[in-house]
Structures are given as C-alpha cells and as structure tokens.
Design a protein around this ligand. Structure first.
Ligand code: CA
Length: 243
C-alpha cells in the first residue's frame, strides 16, 4: 500500500516513515502542500499534516478531495475541535492528533482503507499481511499461514500474534499485552501469557522470534530471508525448548 505523507516536521515524518515501512507500506514523503498537490505517482492513502509551511493543510485537503476519493487522514498538532470538524467536512476520512503512535496511525489507515474499499467477494480477499518470507496473517479472516499452510492457532494465540505483529520489533509490556489480548481489567497472574507465547514460538518456529525481556514483556522479531535461525527447519521439530 502506498502512502503519501505530507508533513514538514522532519523528525515526525522520518519516524512515521520508518514505522510505516516496517509494516510493509510504501511511503512517499513530501513536506509542502504544493508538493502534495503536484505529486503525480498514484497512492492509496494520504496522511496530511494541517500545519504546513506554504499552505493551510485544510486547503490541501479540500483540493485533494476535489480530485478524487483517495482516503485522507489528517494529522496535526492542533487539538482544536474546529479543525477536526472542518477537516472532516472538507472530506478528510479520519483524524489523528499529535503526538500519536505509529500503531494508532496504522489502525486508522486500515480502518479508512476498509471503508474505502468497495465490497468484494470473499474469493478475492484484500490480502493478508506478510511478515518476512514465511508468515502471513490475514486479519480479515483471522487466519495464519506459515510457508503457505494454515497454522491452527487457538483463538487467544491468534489474538496474541495479531497484537504482537501490529508493531514488529516493539517491546510490549506484559500489562499492555494482557490488556489488549485478554481483558482490560486483568489483575490476575499472567502465566497464561507465557503459555501462549510458548505455543506461538513452537508453531511459528523459524518465521518469527518472540524475545522475552525480563521484568518487562515481549518483543516479536520477524525473521527475514537469510537471517539465521540456527537449527530451525520448516517442520519445527526440535524447536520446543525455548524459554
Ligand atoms: Ca507541521
């Protein structure tokens, strides 16, 4: 998916760009409204900062909308309700306020893309998310494939994998994971988390690595092609003794 990122703040743009690239998005970055409007190559979604050096982002939003249906997500430091409303009235599809996390932006992108896509037959899915050469996660169908074969996951194993793959490489605390995957009000022991992590490690051995960070939580690493995963073969045999 191609993202046109219109943002004049270089650190913000770079960190967002890195985050999006990690998720497999292609990112074209421009830093002015004029450059956004002059941008020729096609893109699937626009992330549009409102505070631009040359033009008001709201005017850019309006101009882009006048040209077509490409989803527009407005990003801005302005937390002003008026801007939000005006942005949406001018045709923006959604809005995120700075500071925001990459995860939040990606969730918004996915949401607007889902809404923007015409209804499809089930035979032609949007396509699963790919993590490295071996693993795909189809979030619509809640299905996981390893080397093209479906992996049988328990519902919570799937939820855990879906959560950890939202931001590969990011360290997630046990609390964050428990809250997202199990229950927002979980106060009990988190041993069940370890059990599920162990199951994912076993079932997806070689394709991903789930690192434990003592006293904090876990970090999912996608094993890219050629990245050594010593002793692993695709059968997953003998890989059960992690942790
Ligand atoms: Ca700005």
């Amino acid at each position: 998916m191609r993202v046109l990122l219109v943002e004049d703040d270089e650190p913000v743009a770079q960190s967002l760009r890195r985050g999006l690239l990690r998720y497999g998005f292609e990112v074209e970055w421009v830093s002015t409204g004029a450059a956004a409007l002059a941008h020729e190559s096609p893109y699937d979604v626009v992330l549009l900062d409102l505070g631009l050096p040359d033009t008001d982002g709201l005017d850019v939003c309006k101009a882009l909308r006048a040209r077509g249906d490409v989803p527009i997500i407005v990003i801005s430091a302005r937390s002003d309700e008026t801007d939000r409303v005006v942005g949406l009235e001018l045709g923006a599809d959604d809005y995120v306020s700075k500071p925001f996390g990459v995860r939040e932006v990606i969730a918004r992108i996915r949401a607007v893309m889902r809404r923007a896509q015409p209804p499809r037959s089930e035979a032609s899915p949007v396509g699963p998310d790919r993590y490295g050469p071996r693993l795909t996660v189809d979030r619509k169908a809640a299905r996981v494939h390893l080397d093209g074969e479906e992996v049988a996951l328990a519902p919570k194993e799937y939820d855990l994998l879906a959560f950890l793959t939202e931001e590969p490489g990011a360290l997630m605390s046990r609390e964050q994971i428990m809250e997202a995957v199990w229950d927002a009000n979980w106060f009990g022991p988190t041993k069940t988390l370890d059990v599920h992590v162990a199951a994912l490690r076993r079932k997806l051995a070689g394709a991903i690595t789930i690192e434990a960070v003592r006293g904090v939580g876990f970090r999912l690493i996608v094993n890219e092609a050629g990245a050594g995963s010593p002793g692993q073969n695709s059968s997953g045999q003998g890989a059960g003794s992690t942790s």
